[in-house]
Design a protein around this ligand. Structure first.
Ligand code: GDP
Ligand code: ZN
Length: 312
């Protein structure tokens, strides 16, 4: 029987769709006796998983092996729940779509997202959409933010899904990579994807478990292929992205620009909040670390919640 490697592009529990290297998609099922070592989740397979399959006579496949995941993102069933689900794996990058026009994305949200990406070992990109709507003052703020994020090591750029501004840049960033596309509802994710790939519809609706609207929508994470060679992971709801718990002591390490200075602090267990001889605070004073990033470090360090209403 022939064995072949592929990548999971959709997994609904009962059936799994795998993309083969020749772009062919086949329906697979998981070998009955299959167990993944060490990971307890409600769904053993995630979008992005690289799998080995055996082709069957009828053209379907049997998944016999899941290759080690480079990284993965999880979703807890609820805030307090212990069980979690791997929603996507092997991501090359997480692209946060933000905007300074309605609905304005707070820097608190952006920084929390970036800290989470660091914890997940996923490189992150920050895109500011709706550039066509910014007045001079907002554009000034935008360029300050782009400098802050670029200096911290995150590619950042302004775009407009309406005028097409910055879309070449975005295409270049996404080409030949698997990207998670994230951002609040209304920032323009689906409009952007449509500008990049006319006709492609993504699920941008957040599944809100809190809104109590009585609607129960079952949506699955899915991977889409764009014609210029990009793959995007489309997952409804990104609130969960910020829900993973951090140890207080690891927060500073998740800020690349703080990481550059923190090893020069006088005390090895410096929290960069009040200690004398703190190299991070010195760098802050010298404008080598931005005030907004440092303030958001303090918020995360102090365990302030993940309700964006609490952020500026
Ligand atoms: P999503 O929830 O993130 O997918 O957001 P949508 O793509 O549905 O966009 C929300 C609203 O913003 C829609 O009315 C879009 O037409 C509008 N929109 C999206 N991108 C832009 C943009 O670059 N400029 C302007 N002016 N409006 C935009
Ligand atoms: Zn320090």
């Amino acid at each position: 029987m022939s064995e072949i490697q592929g990548i999971v592009i959709k997994s609904t529990g009962s059936s799994v769709i795998v993309r083969l290297p020749d772009k062919q998609r086949i329906i697979c099922r998981l070998k009955g006796t299959f167990r993944i070592k060490g990971i307890r989740t409600t769904n053993p397979l995630a979008v992005g998983d690289k799998v080995v399959i055996q082709m069957k006579q009828d053209g379907s496949g049997l998944i016999t092996e899941i290759l080690e995941r480079q990284n993965y993102i999880i979703r807890k069933a609820t805030k307090l729940s212990k069980s979690s689900q791997i929603i996507a794996s092997n991501l090359d990058q997480a692209i946060l779509i933000a905007t300074l026009a309605f609905p304005k994305t707070s820097t608190g949200f952006i920084d929390r997202f970036l800290v989470t990406s660091e914890a997940y070992h996923i490189p992150a990109v920050v895109v500011f959409n709706k550039f066509d709507l910014y007045d001079t003052e907002t554009a000034g703020l935008l360029f300050t933010l782009i400098d802050i994020y670029s200096d911290a090591g995150y590619p950042s750029h302004e775009v407009s899904a309406i005028t097409g501004e910055g879309l070449d840049w975005l295409e270049e960033i996404m080409k030949d990579k698997i990207s998670l596309l994230a951002g609040h509802s209304g920032v323009g994710k689906s409009t952007l994807v449509n500008a990049l790939e006319p006709g492609l519809v993504i699920k941008t609706r957040e599944i809100s478990t809190y809104s109590g609207k009585g609607q129960h929508i079952t949506t699955f994470t899915e991977m889409h292929e764009l014609s210029f060679g990009a793959m995007i992971i489309d997952t409804p709801g990104i609130r969960e992205f910020g829900l993973i718990d951090f140890e207080k002591t690891e927060v500073a390490e998740r800020f690349p620009e703080m990481r550059r200075y923190m090893y020069d602090c006088r005390y090895h267990n410096c929290t960069h909040t009040h200690e004398p001889g703190c190299a991070v605070k010195e760098a802050l004073k010298n404008n080598l670390i931005s005030k907004s990033r440092y303030e958001n470090y303090l918020k995360i360090y102090n365990g302030e919640g993940w309700d964006e209403k609490e952020w500026d």
